[in-house]
Every structure is written in structure tokens, then in C-alpha cells.
Design a protein around this ligand. Structure first.
Ligand SMILES: [Zn+2]
Length: 293
């Protein structure tokens, strides 16, 4: 049986996995590779591990037992005894568990397990990265991340602290991983719609009730994404597996010109922080101090 994790394309464009997609992968990996030993490690593309020498990277992981599969924001964190292997899939990285010898094009890393199956890191566009560290929480790629939005301690005050003194648009602030870890373009648009906040609203104009609503919406849209196994990723048990189905549950993301599910007015698209942004101009009113283009 082949086990694997894949992704789908939306409107022909690859979408970066966000928290729900990475969490979907984490859960599958946790059930598949926990307590397995890494019998062999082969770096096929040095660019993937550019912070390390490939040989040193391989040697450090070889023989280690996988003791946990965790996540921080959009990063997978695979604990291997005293070290942590940090993986970021970026635009096109995928992880497939299959026979070690079944190496397909664009495979960058092979983590061979104790039964001759291997976790294959496949990445067509080569933006994916892997790091190894003893100190995961202070590592340069995850040490600066904002709070985990699905942790019990995440509330509107933790969001307010991260936004204090800033004047950028709330959509821009949400895409900044220092604000909240794991939110990207899809879930930022969906959370702002659910909280009825215009994406261009300067963060200093958000009242505590608005921040409360936004905090609750962030949690709701992320949990919904996980419940539907992600918007762009799917977990499947055969090579014919079906994709994740959260795209059928989105309200505004990439719905330009379609009726708002709340009021019926057409969803609009603007570009904010160089990213497509989708919203309802009726449900998400622009504050008066924000100039109209
Ligand atoms: Zn509306």
C-alpha cells in the first residue's frame, strides 16, 4: 500500500501550505513514523539543507529514533532524540512515505526508516528547506514566530500585544508570522470576513471587541481548515487519493465576483502587501479614516 500526502492546485496556482495544511500532514506523519528509526539519510539536493553540509546533516540524523512529530506555525518539527529536524514545504514541497527504492523526479531528501520504507521529500520548485538543531524554540527560523493560534493560551490580548504600536493594515499584520504563527493568505481573508473587518483597517483602529471577534474567527477558520484536511493538501492511502476539501467551505478566498454568502453583494479583490485579498465591501466596512482609492 502506498501512503502519501499530496497537494492540489487551485485555479492553476500553487498555494503555500498554511497552518491547517501543515497540521494535516503532521497528523498523518505522527501516525506513520513515530517511534521509527532513521536507518539511512540521503541528501539528494544540497540546496534543501543549505545551512548545513549535506554529509554532516546525514550523519547527525542517521540511526536516530523519531520521538515526536510536531508543528510550529507552518513548519514541521520532527524530533529525533536530542535533535529537531525542521522542514518547510514552501510552495511545492511534498512528503511521501513509500519504498526507499521508488525514487521519483525532484526528490531532494530521503529519510529511510527501519523497514526500508522512506519518507521522500519531493519539491519541483526547490524552495523547500530543512534545518537541524538542538534548540528548536530559539532557532532562527522559528524563534521569532508569534503565538500558536490553536494553543489554549491564545486570546485577544495575545493578539493585541503583537499589534501594539503598529499602524499597518490588519491583513498585512496577519501575514507577518511574528503576529500569529501559521496564517497565510487563505485564512487571513477568511478570518477577516468572519470577523467583519475590512482588510485595510489599520491595526491601531481595531477596538477590543473587534480584536475579540478576530481572535475567535482565526481559531474558527483554522479549525475548520483542519477538520476538512486543509484547502490545498490531502491525506490519502493510495496513489489515487482524493484532495483535501476545505476549498468547498471557503467564504471569500478566490471568490471574486461571486455573491457574498452573508449579504449577496459581489466579493471584491484588491492587492494588499502584494497579495490578492478578497472581501465583501458591505459586510467588511472600511473605516472612515482609510482613504478610498
Ligand atoms: Zn457581504
Amino acid at each position: 500500500m502506498l501512503c502519501g500526502i499530496s497537494y492540489m492546485w487551485t485555479n492553476g496556482l500553487a498555494i503555500m501550505p498554511e497552518l491547517p495544511e501543515v497540521e494535516t500532514i503532521r497528523r498523518e506523519l505522527h501516525s506513520q513514523i513515530l517511534r521509527r528509526r532513521l536507518n539511512n539519510v540521503t541528501v539528494l539536493d544540497p540546496r534543501l539543507v543549505q545551512a548545513s553540509q549535506p554529509k554532516a546533516f546525514e550523519t547527525r540524523l542517521m540511526g536516530a529514533l523519531i520521538t515526536n512529530v510536531a508543528r510550529r506555525g507552518k513548519y514541521l518539527m520532527i524530533n529525533v532524540e536530542s535533535d529537531v529536524l525542521i522542514l518547510h514545504l514552501m510552495m511545492s514541497g511534498r512528503l511521501h512515505l513509500r519504498a526507499r527504492t521508488d525514487i521519483r523526479p525532484h526528490t531532494r531528501l530521503l529519510l529511510t526508516l527501519d523497514d526500508d520504507q522512506a519518507l521522500h521529500f519531493v519539491d519541483v520548485r526547490r524552495f523547500g528547506r530543512a534545518w537541524i538543531t538542538e534548540e528548536a524554540h530559539s532557532h532562527e527560523v522559528v524563534g521569532h514566530l508569534g503565538p500558536e493560534p490553536l494553543d489554549a493560551g491564545f486570546d485577544w490580548r495575545s493578539l493585541a500585544i503583537r499589534l501594539r504600536g503598529r499602524h499597518v493594515a490588519i491583513k498585512t499584520a496577519l501575514l507577518d508570522q511574528r503576529t500569529v504563527a501559521g496564517i497565510g493568505n487563505i485564512y487571513a481573508d477568511e478570518a477577516l470576513f468572519a470577523a467583519r473587518i475590512h482588510p485595510e483597517t489599520p491595526v491601531n483602529l481595531l477596538s477590543p471587541p473587534k480584536l475579540r471577534a478576530l481572535t475567535a474567527s482565526i481559531v474558527t477558520v483554522l479549525e475548520s481548515g483542519i477538520a476538512h484536511q486543509g484547502t490545498t493538501f490531502s491525506t490519502f492511502e493510495t496513489s489515487e487519493g482524493s484532495p483535501g476539501n476545505n476549498q468547498g467551505h471557503l467564504k471569500v478566498f478566490r471568490k471574486t465576483g461571486q455573491p457574498c454568502p452573508s449579504c449577496g453583494k459581489n466579493i471584491r479583490r484588491i492587492v494588499l502587501a502584494q497579495r490578492s485579498t478578497h472581501y465583501c465591501s458591505n459586510c467588511q466596512r472600511k473605516p472612515r479614516t482609510v482613504s478610498t482609492k
